[in-house]
Ligand binder design. Sequence first.
Ligand code: ADE
Length: 326
Amino acid sequence: EQIKHHHQQQQQQQQQQQNHGKVPQDLKYSALDYVFWKVVGEGSFSTVFLATDIRLDREFAIKVCEKKHIVKERKVEYVKREKEVLSIINSRMCTTCPFFVKLYHTFHDKYRLYFVLSYASNGDLLPYINGKKFNEKCVQFYAAEILRALEHMHRLGIIHRDLKPENILLNENMHILLTDFGSAKILENQTLESEDKSLPNHRSRSGSFVGTAQYVSPELLNEQSVSFASDLWALGCIIYQMVEGHPPFCGRSEAEIFQKIRKLELNFKDTFEPKTKDIVLKLLVPDASSRLGALDRGQYDSVRSHSFFLGVDFECLYQKTPPLQP
Ligand code: ADE
């Protein structure tokens, strides 16, 4: 044992000398530091596992991507973007926002990339709203947490572009944790706090359609341009879905959904609360710059002050017990 230990120490010393005494971030951890328990999420090119850090005896969600698969599927940019966005959100937390999945560290081996993330033990929001109807207080609470998360991202110049219930995870206390930033857009020098108030809206050309059909905004469909307000459109869709149990624009094909979005073809039942209907219709405005909040800077004051949010203390959401049971 002693010889083995000595040999290991020697090896470590050699390695540290080679690295000029520094241990690179990505070498500090390896898959051997974790026990992988089960799959908790699956994407087209990644699998998320519940894992325990053996040394810390603490649970994490580890997103694992096969290197070969990412290259073959041309998702390298997607993975890089996700890491970049998570790093920005986690590092520039001058005013901490608890509504995001935290990236603890990354590492890789010959075949795979690993993202060690906070584990959201209550899964995603979708099963809680699919085919069910949230009560008013519940819709209000989750809409408020999502809005707070959007304010934080947008202040940092990040547009999510794929906001949907599957990407809204729930922690052990049922507070939200936004995730999946592979489709996000980082706007350089163009944040919500930018001084240039003459800009009617922050737009940037982007290549092709990103996101998910049901939540995609008309500007993403028609002009391939994107703005912070694209995420506000998605918020409008999610508020509707929390009330009705299904998204506002449904169809048997993507084409059918897109047509409904373009024509703003959506129905409200008579039972739909008027002030909720009002905020949904103000968020689902086809012209992005006319959408509720589109002209706000730093904080979505015009959204916060809508009568739908009456009585909500936006600063104390995380201190409250969420109105939803696991
Ligand atoms: N599914 C995808 N990401 C997850 C996470 N961070 N925690 C739990 N389930 C997940």
